[in-house]
Design a binder for this molecule. Structure first.
Ligand code: PRT
Ligand code: ZN
Length: 225
């Protein structure tokens, strides 16, 4: 559990969600000095500390109560949740809100020259992905017997490099798939950034602060509609 009496929020340090997270905190009225390259940024006007970490670490920090809140893509949340469930360590969080940024989909793709394929094509194939838990659950659900190849980056080059037959990767515009001669297939998961809370949070002051921030968040989201 977080032993600080300041509300701890984990956000991505550098990456696709960083700017939107910082903008959101600003819109919520949380003043931060983010200029320095520090792990923790203290708010100057509220009892809030912002931890800036890799996105993959955010669900675990919230699940373990090291941080009270976190902002992370649903893709990472679902993957970490499944992995931790298997390991028998805390894997639940309270989802406070879906956010209006970070939209992408986790989709299957294969070399374009093979043309359109249905699910049966994946039988016995190797699929490269950064999301082995989500992919394995999908394959099980669909009754497809394929193997997964775990890659943390450059997934889209795996078929060309002979590392896999197909991929399961995040797509937003589709430009990366196209540039790598890949055809997009089924979407396995649609994802947005979301705000999560430690499910055992009981500190009355922290809960009161969250209750003060939530209507502001709803206001920010409505203003964008
Ligand atoms: O360093 P750290 O571990 O924190 O960051 P990271 O490199 O793991 O993640 P990052 O910053 O790339 O993405 C953070 C989150 O942004 C993801 O977990 C998603 O929730 C969300 N997001 C939204 C995306 C994309 N869109 C996206 N397009 N994450 C990655 N991509 C990549 C995708 O993997 C592929 O390589 O962009 C490429 C495809 O984009 P298009 O536009 O060409 O289709
Ligand atoms: Zn990451």
């Amino acid at each position: 559990m977080s032993n600080s009496n300041r509300l701890r929020i984990a956000i991505q340090k550098g990456g696709r969600l960083s700017k939107d997270c910082q903008d959101l905190l600003k819109q919520l009225g949380v003043k931060l000095n983010l200029r320095e390259q520090r792990l923790i940024a203290h708010s100057t006007n509220m009892p809030i500390d912002v931890l800036r970490v890799r996105d993959d670490d955010i669900p675990g920090l919230v699940m373990d109560g090291v941080c009270d809140l976190g902002i992370v893509g649903e893709n990472v949340l679902v993957e970490v949740q499944a992995e931790r469930q298997r390991q028998g360590v805390p894997s639940e969080v309270t989802k406070l809100s879906k956010l209006d940024f970070g939209y992408c989909r986790l989709a299957l793709a294969w070399p374009q020259e093979l043309g359109k394929q249905d699910k049966s094509w994946f039988e016995g194939k190797r699929i490269a992905t950064t999301y082995p838990e989500i992919l394995t659950q999908y394959l099980k659900r669909e009754g497809i017997n394929a193997s997964t190849v775990m890659l943390t980056g450059s997934v889209e080059v795996a078929p060309r490099a002979g590392l896999a037959d197909a991929i399961c990767d995040l797509v937003s515009t589709g430009a990366t798939l196209e540039a790598n001669g890949l055809m997009q297939g089924d979407t396995i998961l649609e994802s947005n950034a979301c705000l999560i809370q430690n499910k055992d949070l009981q500190d009355a002051d922290k809960l009161a602060l969250i209750n003060k921030l939530m209507p502001r968040l709803r206001g920010v989201r409505q203003a964008k509609e």
